[in-house]
Design a protein around this ligand. Structure first.
Ligand code: SF4
Length: 291
């Protein structure tokens, strides 16, 4: 497999074949993200992608899940993306699902029919970075989409029959906007009503605009219990049909895996208890936290 630059995947794609179809992220402007810093975005050629597919096929074992890297495979125009998915279907033994990161702008460039076509070709899950539901903060972090567009993109994925997993970022509003961020994020999650939510804690990456803001004193991270207060509010104030909500990413202080709404009360009570007791011994230690 010929990978270029940084290749990442969601934790749940740990066993998937990572098939790089683009290099970098077409947006690459979010103030907190340094994943593809300095990488020039491009779509790989069909020939290069197919070479990797054929190499994986030559291993002779069933592969199951395929994850399309990098940041934003849905930006690929439909007439170029369809042959890639067709080749995966034709060559990969034991294929059970194809997954991809998605960003709002790319999703909204696809029509509902195009997304349904991708679903028919095996696209079963998309991971959408929501980060916050606070309208002002979405502009500040340069997410490249507003509240209504994000909801529309999320609903379009779900309506196409594709499972939707979204991420939100604890702490991205800093101390100043902490509570507003948490409450508005609960609202946007309710409006999207995704199958999965992953809450991550913002980590300050050197050489990102957020890092510069922190250094200039224009941004202050909430303390540990401030992050947990945000998590509690997001769980308490969101309203899902049936969502698997996790905060077990390595960046978090309290790893939770919840089925909501069923386990809401227990989770909120647990978080309240931890916040009130200020007991740091029950938290994941700093040295075990990371991206
Ligand atoms: S859209 Fe995702 S990958 Fe691209 S800059 Fe923003 S957070 Fe990073």
């Amino acid at each position: 497999m010929k990978y270029e630059g940084t290749v990442i995947r969601p934790p749940s794609e740990a066993r998937s074949l990572l098939l790089q179809v683009t290099v970098g992220c077409s947006h690459n402007r979010c103030t907190f993200c340094g994943t593809y810093a300095g990488e020039k975005f491009r779509i790989k050629s069909f020939e290069d992608i197919e070479e990797d597919i054929l190499e994986a096929a030559s291993w002779g074992r069933p592969i199951g899940k395929v994850f399309l890297c990098d940041g934003d495979a849905l930006i690929i125009p439909q007439k170029r993306l369809v042959p890639i998915l067709e080749s995966i279907n034709l060559n990969i033994r034991g294929l059970t699902r194809i997954g991809t990161y998605a960003n709002t702008k790319s999703v909204l460039r696809k029509t509902p029919e195009e997304l349904r076509q991708l679903r028919e070709l095996g696209l079963r899950i998309a991971y959408l970075g929501v980060e916050t539901g606070n309208r002002e903060l979405l502009k500040v972090i340069r997410k490249g989409a507003d509240y209504d567009q994000i909801v529309q993109a999320g609903r379009r994925i779900i309506d196409a029959g594709i499972e939707l997993s979204v991420t939100v970022l604890l702490g991205i509003g800093g101390v100043e906007k902490s509570i507003e961020h948490a409450r508005d994020t609960a609202r946007i999650l309710t409006d999207i009503d995704p199958h999965y939510v992953g809450a991550l804690t913002v980590m300050i990456i050197p050489e990102t605009p957020l890092h510069d803001e922190l250094k200039r004193g224009e941004f202050t991270l909430p303390d540990t219990f401030g992050f947990l207060e945000e998590l509690k509010i997001m769980i308490e104030e969101s309203d899902f049909t049936n969502c698997f909500f996790t905060s077990n990413h390595a960046s978090n202080y309290v790893p939770l895996r919840l089925r909501l709404p069923g386990e809401k009360e227990d989770a909120v009570n647990l978080l309240k208890e931890i916040i009130e007791s200020k007991n740091k011994r029950v938290l994941r230690p700093e040295y075990l936290r990371g991206l």
